[in-house]
Design a protein around this ligand. Structure first.
Ligand code: NAD
Length: 264
């Protein structure tokens, strides 16, 4: 697959460190010959993202806080100046107050509801709006979601409601942008120990539950997600849009989850 992404240029949003899902995806794309740019949130992350980008031969590392329209515009203006055209974007961004990623959904505050929806849902639409203008020859947009959008998962709460809205936006964006040859898809990843996941209550327990109950009897890795992302970002998926691809060791197909795990 070394030529699969040759000549393609992509923006990776949401790289925080080498545990990030964005890192698994970036590595898979770079291995397949893609040229990458990265955006990061806040100066503190720049010193982590710079060396990772360099490892993959990229020196385009730009700030972007997706809660700020001007910041998104500035990112795309810089990319436009550097590259002109863009072939793909990976949106691996989500955020909610961790105090509300435990306890009851019904207790969600209005302010955190709005912030969670803004950063975890609207930002993908805002990014798609800018990316479209740089994709005159078509392209592929990808976001990350979780099974908590489809079924109630413990502690996922407002983030589950946000992911459901994100999954609906994937479908609406696919329809709007399909005429221009731009495909829009999501990957629903199984639980992976990342910075964002560490905010979710009882996350270790959720990982164990998935490991014991999924058809593959294991958890997925960021490399598993990276390989599936490569499919959705490349021409291998040229006929696929509006899709939500579960990369979860099959967990979502199991009806009768009966864990047999003496140690959890
Ligand atoms: P991560 O902490 O490595 O990445 C989350 C990223 O979101 C960080 O880089 C952070 O800087 C960025 N971010 C947060 N607020 C932002 C803002 N205002 N502007 C710009 N960037 C902002 O964690 P991750 O698990 O790799 O998360 C990536 C995506 O994958 C998220 O959408 C997450 O919900 C999703 N996901 C994660 C899992 C899991 O178990 N880890 C499972 C399914 C889906």
């Amino acid at each position: 697959s070394s030529q699969l992404m040759a000549g393609k240029r992509g923006l990776i949003m949401g790289l925080a460190n080498d545990k990030s899902i964005a890192w698994g995806i970036a590595k898979a794309c770079a291995d397949a010959g893609a040229e990458l740019a990265f955006s990061y949130q806040g100066e503190a992350l720049k010193k982590r993202v710079d060396p990772l980008a360099e490892q993959l031969g990229s020196n385009i590392v730009l700030p972007c806080d997706v809660s700020d329209e001007a910041s998104i515009d500035a990112l795309f203006a810089e990319l436009e100046a550097k590259w002109g055209k863009l072939d793909f974007v990976v949106h691996a961004i989500g955020f909610s107050d961790k105090n509300e990623l435990r306890g009851r959904y019904v207790d969600t505050s209005r302010s955190n509801f709005q912030m969670t929806m803004d950063i975890s849902v609207f930002s993908f639409t805002a990014v798609a709006n800018r990316a479209e203008k740089m994709m005159s020859e078509g392209g592929s947009l990808l976001t990350l979601t979780y099974y908590g959008a489809e079924q109630v998962m413990p502690h996922y709460n407002v983030m589950g409601v946000a992911k459901a809205a994100l999954e609906a936006s994937v479908k609406y964006l696919a329809e709007d942008l399909g005429k221009d040859g731009i495909r829009v898809n999501a990957i629903s990843a199984g639980p992976i120990k990342t910075l964002a996941a560490s905010g979710i209550g009882d996350f270790r327990y959720i990982m164990k539950w998935n490991e014991y109950n999924s058809p593959l009897r294991r958890n997925v890795t960021t490399d598993d997600v990276g390989k599936s992302a490569l499919y959705l970002l490349s021409d291998l998926s040229s006929g696929v849009t509006g899709e939500n691809l579960h990369v979860d060791a099959g967990y979502h197909v199991v009806g009768m989850k009966a864990v047999d795990a003496p140690d959890i």
